[in-house]
Every structure is written in C-alpha cells, then in structure tokens.
Design a protein around this ligand. Structure first.
Ligand SMILES: [Zn+2]
Length: 337
C-alpha cells in the first residue's frame, strides 16, 4: 500500500488506512443530510388533473388508485387542496362530452378545458395552470391529429394544435404543453401566441416522448386510446437516444421554454443527456404506468409504497429533471411536510 494517487487521481490508501472509509459520512442522520446531493421539494412537482363534464363528479380511475376524473367544480376544489400542499402547478387534461374526426372541442372557447381554466383562475388564481395541448382526447378515432387514409397528417394537425393552444391562453392558462410529437408544432404554437399578444406565455414541449407501454392506465383516465393503429409514426422508438437530442434541439430552436422527457423512469439516461447537453429547464413525466406499478405492488404488500415513491421521484430529479409531472404529487408533498 502507498499513499500515491492513481493516474486517475483516486485515493489508494496508506499504511495505517489501507482504504478510504466512505461509510464515515453515512454514520449519522446529520452527516447524511449534510452531504445529500439531491433534494426533492414540493416546488419541483406538477400534478396532472383530468376534467370531465358534469358537476360533483369524482370518479376513480380503476387502473390508477387515488386518481380521479373530476368535474370542473371538483377540479377547482382539488386545486385549492393542491395549493395548500405547496404544489405550485397542475397540468390539465380534458375529456369532452363530444368527440369528432377533427377534435373540435379541443379548440372550442367553451370546451371543457377552457371552462376549467376560467373556473380555476377565478377561484384559485395563484395556481399555475398548464394545459396539455393535443387532439387525442377529442378525436373520435383517438389519434393526436387529423387522419387521412392510413396517415396521421402533420401540417394540418399542427394548425389545429396552435388554435387549441391559443384558446387555452385566452381562457387564462399560464403555460401550454404540446404533447403530440408532430414536427413543427412548437413553432406553429409560438407564432400564433405571439401574433395574439401572448408572447409571455411559455411553452413546455413534450420534446422527447416515447411510444411507450407505460401510458396504458392514462388512456383509461383520459379515454384517449386510439381506435385503430398506434402512435409509432410520431412518438419515438424506445431504442433511440441520439434522436431524442435532435428532437429536443429542434423544439428549443422553435421556441420551447421547458423541454420534457416522457416517460421518466425507463428514460433517466435521456433526462441526463438532455440536461447535460442543453442546460434547459427540464421536465420529466412520471407516467401512469410507473405510478400504477408502484401502487399495485404497494397494495399487495410487495414493496413499501411510500419509500419507493420517494426513491423514484428523487431518482428522476437526480437524473437532471428540474420539474416532475407526477400523480404522486400530493402523496409526496405530504411525505415532505
Ligand atoms: Zn395525443
């Protein structure tokens, strides 16, 4: 043994201490807290909400225990509670009363999301309201855009998405979040917002969104499963990583203010690469399947749900996410108090 350092600069020990005692700083709660590198806070969390027509509706999603479809009055109550936990923001998904080929209710000024935004802003004005911008909840075929033959067409669809984003901003949304993964949609939305004096409304783009099996339970909640085909012509192949950087770069060039990776857990390497490369405010979506797996295993007594939840959320932040969209937001906020 010697006290020489290796060529890579690592400590190799001495005569009296043949190795580094890394456990020293793990011996007490105080030491562990002093050297903790990642701190999850409620300010990091964004809580997704599903709004449905009607009043006094509070319908639990079978595959997502603790998650509800809520009518507007209930969404407003929920926002007040979410606010009381110190969670700064929600993201809204709408389930319309009427679906059609072109997803008309998505860009209707009196659509479900537009009405919900106004109600929240009236009663809980300090809540940051982010809106999901997509057509899949609103189209009869369940696709994210207009379908012609076998193709989900790009350019016509992004016009409608821009229209949708504008109606959200007009209703009072603080931020819009396009989730479709069509090419050019961030630019189209940015241009329409700017032309209508909404130059201060930021865009959080679902920049690297993968075609994932982890979205299953969400489609029950949002009633947005495609009636035929799938989303592989626009969402990314799970096997790709370099492509994610191209997608993110493109959205930044088009005007995205926050870039998102979705899902989170199976793509932590992507979160890290995106954060390292672009140093942008980066969000990660801890999606429904990730939530439901933890819930189900917890309910079976196979894991300690609360502990695993905190470990999952901390790992997403450690990977580089500044913001985490998660159905665990309220549970985590309670645990952090
Ligand atoms: Zn969609």
């Amino acid at each position: 043994m010697s006290n020489e350092k290796t060529t890579t600069g690592f400590y190799t020990g001495t005569e009296t201490e043949p190795f580094r005692r890394l456990r020293r700083l793990r011996m007490t709660d105080a030491f562990r807290a002093m050297v903790r590198e990642t701190e999850l806070t409620t300010k990091d969390l964004i809580y997704p909400l599903f709004v449905v027509p009607g009043s006094k509706v509070r319908r639990e999603v079978t595959s997502m225990p603790g998650v509800y479809q809520l009518s507007i009055d209930e969404v407003v109550r929920e926002c007040a509670e979410v606010k009381s936990f110190g969670i700064p923001a929600i993201i809204l998904f709408g389930i319309p009363s009427h679906k059609d080929e072109v997803g008309s209710e998505a860009y209707d000024e009196e659509g479900i999301v537009q009405l919900a935004i106004r109600a929240i802003k009236r009663d809980v004005p300090e809540m940051v309201v982010i809106t999901d911008v997509c057509l899949c909840e609103y189209t009869s075929h369940g696709h994210c855009g207009i379908v012609r033959g076998n193709e989900i067409v790009n350019d016509e669809s992004i016009e409608l998405l821009a229209k949708e984003a504008l109606t959200h901003a007009q209703a009072g949304a603080d931020m819009v979040a396009p989730s479709d993964m069509f090419d050019g949609r961030v630019k189209a939305i940015r241009m329409v917002l700017d032309e209508n004096s909404f130059h201060n409304i930021p865009i959080m783009s679902y920049a690297a969104k993968y075609s994932s099996g982890f979205y299953g339970p969400f489609r029950d909640a949002a009633e947005s499963a495609p009636k035929f085909g799938d989303r592989r012509s626009h969402q990314m192949d799970p096997a790709n990583s370099d492509e994610a950087l191209r997608e993110v770069e493109q959205d930044i060039l088009e005007g995205a203010d926050i870039v998102m990776v979705k899902p989170a857990l199976p793509y932590l390497d992507i979160v890290r690469r995106v954060k390292d490369r672009f140093q942008m405010p980066t969000a990660a979506y801890n999606v429904s399947g990730e939530y439901s797996m933890v819930k189900a295993a917890g309910r079976n007594g196979w894991i300690d749900e609360g502990r695993v939840m905190m470990e999952v959320l901390t790992s997403i932040k450690r990977a580089g996410a500044d913001l985490i969209l998660t159905y665990f937001a309220k549970d985590a906020a309670k645990a952090l108090r």
